[in-house]
Design a protein around this ligand. Sequence first.
Ligand code: SAH
Length: 243
Amino acid sequence: MPRFHCPLPLHADAQLDLPAGAARHVQVLRLQPGAVIELFGGAGGQWQAEILEMGRSHVSVRVLQHQAVERELHRPVHLIAGITANERMDWLVEKATELGAASLTPLLAERSVLKLKGERADKKREHWQAVAVAACEQCGRNRVPLVHPALTLAQWLQAHPVEQDAPGTQRAVLSLAPGCQPLAQVLAKEAGPVVLLSGPEGGLSPAEEALALQAGFAPVTLGPRILRAETAPLAALALLGAL
Ligand code: SAH
């Protein structure tokens, strides 16, 4: 059944016009009045809805019953990922959403090739948020991961002192340093949220890695191969999904 993100107040029997993006999509699919679609607001659960009318630029629907369907990971995973160049970052946002990341903070790493500032940074954030929404429409997630504004590691750490972490939280940094323990082993120890830090193409700088360790990030390995900046956090999410 076609699914659309519809961030409007939804309740049974409500009649409403779909937001512009969803309406366009319904028109492209040439759906007809009477067709049933699925709507989700982004903060949990989904609704069936029947198309009532297709106008030139609007599509009106009647909301049917609510379904309390959840497709989240057992442990929420908050990803802080080094910004990678060009469309690799879009790919990372899409796949991280499919694999269940609860939120994503693009990291302005010392070695990030893409330097984002001001209006361009806002535009990129909006773009990545839209990529996450489209991935939720596709994969059936009813909670849209929040894409936060891009931050340096120092800025993120300042805003998130370790003593304010929710109980049972584990912080881990994907590290290439020798002698790290495997991610699955380290992260099997608690049941709360996971904050996962990974580097850009050029890796985290020694200063960033030291800062992370000081702030309670346990260094973990994904094995002896050097994975690309977008592969590493996705492999970690897949492993965490299986815990
Ligand atoms: N050019 C860098 C590699 C960066 S890989 C170098 O040779 O040092 C990009 C990021 O992916 C790394 O910063 C790390 O966070 C993560 N990563 C890649 N492979 C990994 C592995 N086997 N274990 C843990 N983290 C890994």
